[in-house]
Design a protein around this ligand. Structure first.
Ligand code: NAD
Ligand code: UGA
Length: 460
């Protein structure tokens, strides 16, 4: 069958894979190819087991793969054949040079632009799917036009708002899709083409159009606002612990105000994930580079509170456990940065595990989906017997002095805590970094229970 359009996505990661699978699913009339330089990743997309865990994803990949969805390592060919190219490569925080620790590392992005130029023989629409600093499209245009007198490129911004763990639902039923372009005739024409793709399943009033800079900046701003809510409630959790207020009660009370709203007010050991910290620091760097020091400082404080919340968690553990955890076995329930994903990037569990190891505890890590990543993340400290990876939570807690809940996996709320209590060394402690446990019931079983932003329940 002849396809209406050839769509290419460069970057087969957490965004490229699920996003293109959804487009392929909803638009059988398009041929979608996803390419990546990582051969193992492409092999995994072409196998029975996707390289990422995301509820509902494998089923959709099975339905669409080799029908109108193709995964390949042949980037050059993909570019030659494409009418529309989504670029969804990683844009991590720079670890070197100017802007180290804050600015976005755009080397993967720039390489992609150069490969596009080198392999294009026809006009193309290039779409920024990755999260990028505002005004990146201008740099992209310069690279694309500097080296060619031939094809014309129109650069658009179509940032992705999916959250891991709910990616498929988010893609199927998005709050909005944002498409930014130049406001020239060619820009508006390209914009219409991208609107038409999403209009196959997204109601038209949820497809927002804007200029390209607003689209780029809206993505960084959305993540900054979401993270800011978490840091705000986490800052209040510390005050709750001093005053016997309960942070969940406070969050509920303020969330019923329709101007505030109830979501993203769950106090926790801190936010993780590959994007919140990276994107806020990027925003901070951009503001600094425009001389907007006050704005930069305001947003940087969101990250600082998040780091402090994690340090505070360890300090609370130490304080409760007689100021030492040296030689004690501590079970971390969960290692993923949130439930329903195997992703551990910037997971608060990482900092907590390292902090406890620095205090000479023995750390036993359990997680239903993230143990492989946990092993890789902690490879530098995994020698010796002070770090253990254990799929079974009961075995993880066996002989432990404390449990710390790091990820809100549903299963951790449903375990037999009487059995766990009986297997632990006494007095047994539980530190609920996600406030998911029935703390009253667990306290009645004999545990000393420490939640975030609530009075501790202690037997002594
Ligand atoms: P990822 O690391 O999972 O995937 C990026 C992929 O790009 C990798 O597989 C890498 O091999 C590939 N790649 C890098 N350079 C390449 C090149 N020159 N040619 C071909 N492939 C190349 O990253 P991700 O989590 O999918 O994030 C991608 C972008 O989307 C980032 O900018 C991120 O901020 C943004 N984003 C991520 C999420 C999320 O939930 N993870 C959500 C919204 C936006
Ligand atoms: C986040 C945004 O929600 C997405 O819209 C965005 O597309 C994405 O970043 C991105 O740009 O990468 P994600 O990081 O996958 O998605 O997951 P979230 O649900 O936002 O959770 C992030 C972190 O905040 C997790 O560690 C989570 O446990 C924590 N969190 C979230 C809280 O501590 N409290 C809350 O109330 C909500």
């Amino acid at each position: 069958m002849a396809f209406e359009k050839n769509i290419l996505c460069i970057g087969a990661g957490y965004v490229g894979g699920p996003t293109m699978t959804m487009i392929a699913h909803k638009c059988p009339q398009y041929r979608i190819t996803v390419v990546d330089i990582n051969k193992q990743k492409i092999a995994a997309w072409n196998s029975d087991r996707c390289p990422i865990y995301e509820p509902g994803l494998e089923e959709l990949v099975r339905k669409t793969r080799d029908r109108n969805l193709f995964f390949s390592t042949d980037v050059e060919r993909g570019i030659r054949e494409a009418d529309i190219i989504f670029v969804s490569v990683n844009t991590p925080t720079k670890t070197f040079g100017e802007g180290v620790g804050k600015a976005a590392d755009l080397q993967y992005w720039e390489k992609t632009a150069r490969v596009i130029v080198a392999n294009s023989q026809s006009d193309k629409i290039i779409i920024e799917k990755s999260t990028l600093p505002v005004r990146t499209a201008a740099a992209m245009e310069r690279i694309l036009t500097a080296n060619t007198n031939g094809p014309r490129f129109e650069v658009l911004s179509n940032p992705e708002f999916l959250a891991e763990g709910t990616a498929i639902a988010d893609l199927e039923n998005p709050d909005r899709v944002l498409i930014g372009s130049r406001e020239s005739a060619a820009g508006l024409r390209a914009r219409r083409e991208i609107v038409d793709i999403y209009a196959n399943w997204v109601p038209r009033d949820r497809i927002i159009e804007s200029n390209v800079w607003s689209a780029e900046l809206s993505k960084l701003t959305a993540n900054a606002f979401l993270a800011q809510r978490i840091s705000s409630i986490n800052s209040i959790s510390a005050l709750c612990e001093k005053t016997e207020a309960d942070v969940d009660e406070v969050a509920y009370a303020i969330g019923t105000d329709s101007r505030i709203g109830p979501r993203f007010l769950k106090s926790s050991v801190g936010f993780g994930g590959s994007c919140f910290q990276k994107d806020i620091l990027n925003l901070v760097y951009i503001c600094q580079s425009y001389g907007l020091t006050e704005v930069a400082d305001y947003w940087e404080s969101v990250v600082k509170i998040n780091q402090w919340q994690q340090r505070r968690f360890i300090q609370n553990m130490l304080g409760a456990m007689f100021n030492t955890v040296a030689g004690k076995r501590i079970a971390l329930f969960g290692f993923a940065f949130k439930a329903n994903t195997g992703d551990t990037r910037e997971s608060p569990a990482l900092g907590i595990a390292r902090g406890l190891l620095a205090e000479r505890a023995t750390v036993v890590i359990t997680d239903p989906k993230a143990l492989d990543h946990a092993r890789e993340d902690l490879a530098d400290v995994a020698d010796g017997d002070r770090i253990v990876f254990e799929p079974d939570p009961y075995a993880a807690a066996d002989g432990a002095a404390a449990i710390a809940v790091m990820t809100e996996w549903k299963l951790y709320g449903e375990l037999d805590y009487a059995r766990i209590f009986a297997s632990m060394s006494q007095p047994a402690f539980i530190f609920d970094g996600r406030n998911i446990l029935d703390r009253r019931r667990i306290f009645d079983l004999g545990f000393n229970v420490y939640s975030i932003g609530k009075p501790a329940l202690k037997h002594f």
